[in-house]
Design a protein around this ligand. Structure first.
Ligand code: 5GP
Length: 119
């Protein structure tokens, strides 16, 4: 893979770009979003650089489940496990800007239907 194809999040995983790391294990990393849309806004990112959710294959089912479990764990760590929201933007048309799959974990904010589209 050429440097140009290496995603921003892979560069963060490889410590080439600094980030505020909340959690890390053999399958994923969790960082605080650089431009938070809520008081708690973390990104759960698989080490495997799947560009979008739809790029996941049957062999990725285990890691996909792991990402959900980790989202709950870090929500608990940050004290927002009573109320948090998970968002995955799939494709530019849905607002995806970084093409390395990630789950947004949003908490400590007022949730209503009007802010669903802004994350
Ligand atoms: P997307 O729009 O692709 O669903 O979400 C990408 C997210 O990555 C955005 O919320 C954006 O603020 C965040 N982001 C972009 N660049 C960086 C960065 O360099 N560091 C961190 N921590 N987050 C970033």
């Amino acid at each position: 893979m050429s440097d140009a194809q290496v995603s921003l999040f892979t560069r963060i995983i490889n410590r080439e770009i600094p980030a505020d790391i909340v959690y890390e294990d053999d399958q994923c990393i969790v960082i605080n979003d650089i431009a938070p849309q809520a008081p708690v806004h973390m990104l759960v990112i698989p080490r495997k650089p799947l560009a979008m959710l739809v790029d996941a294959g049957p062999e990725d089912k285990m890691v996909m489940g792991h990402l959900l479990w980790v989202a709950g764990e870090v929500a608990r760590m940050r004290g927002v496990d009573e109320a948090f929201r998970l968002v995955i933007n799939n494709g530019a048309g849905a607002g995806q800007t970084v093409f390395h799959l990630h789950l947004h974990v949003l908490g400590n904010t007022q949730f209503d239907e009007t802010n669903l589209a802004t994350f």
